[in-house]
Design a protein around this ligand. Structure first.
Ligand code: ZN
Length: 231
């Protein structure tokens, strides 16, 4: 069912937020994509995000917020820091950008409010959350309340992927008719290689394992784990 309102998607041009962009197109009358330049090493990400958004026919805007990448040391923005290959046992991996989703969603909410938009969409997932605390459902629900109190608004933060693993996310992209766009044009890889990526960084591994499982299910024709789920 489509809601006769606009939605703003926090959009990085990766697999998850691109799937959310097409989900939002299906569910809302008008869609805005907002991309952040937060000092990430791979600026190509921002260019690809714009390209995907324009091809999808949604409004696109970018916000320069390098402060986010500078505040907390992490391997996505610090060129002298090597990326963790495995997740450490008791802390988030060093690809975690402290406060990123807090800042993104807070800025997005103000941006949306200025345009009379109350629906915010983000591609975070607790199922495949890679140890990032700001991808968890409790954080999103808490921030939603905080944003409403902060601005006396009725924002609704939508998280279509919250309980999906990567295999189910591929299935959703397929049901939305966006499988090819997601596979070919998005950038998830921590080494900045679009599409199927470098193949060995943690983000590529997660994405590839999900894709392989989904393609296997397709070959078996079972749709196992995805059948009957609403888009
Ligand atoms: Zn990679």
């Amino acid at each position: 069912m489509q809601i006769a309102e606009s939605a703003l998607v926090v959009f990085s041009g990766g697999q998850d937020s691109t799937t959310c962009l097409f989900w939002a197109k299906r569910h809302f009358k008008e869609v805005f994509a907002l991309t952040f330049d937060y000092g990430q090493k791979h600026v190509l990400e921002v260019r690809l995000a714009e390209q995907i958004a324009r091809q999808a026919g949604v409004h696109f805007d970018r916000i320069e917020a390098p402060l986010i990448g500078m505040l907390g040391r992490n391997s996505l923005t610090c060129s002298d820091m090597e990326m963790d290959r495995e997740k450490p046992a008791d802390t988030p991996p060093n690809t975690f950008v402290p406060g990123r989703n807090l800042f993104f969603l807070s800025i997005a909410a103000v941006y949306a409010r200025e345009r009379g938009i109350r629906h915010l969409v983000t591609g975070v997932s607790q199922t495949d959350f890679s140890g990032y605390p700001d991808c968890r459902d409790s954080f999103i629900k808490s921030l939603n309340v905080t944003l409403n109190l902060a601005m006396e608004e009725q924002f609704v933060i939508h998280t279509p992927l919250m309980w999906m693993d990567k295999c189910q996310t591929w299935a959703l992209a397929d049901r939305l008719g966006a499988f090819e766009v997601v596979r070919r044009d998005t950038l998830t890889c921590y080494n900045g290689i679009p599409g199927d990526g470098c193949g060995h960084c943690p983000a590529c591994k997660l994405r590839r394992e999900g894709l392989e499982r989904y393609l296997q299910q397709q070959r078996r024709g079972s749709g196992e784990g995805t059948a009957g789920q609403p888009v």
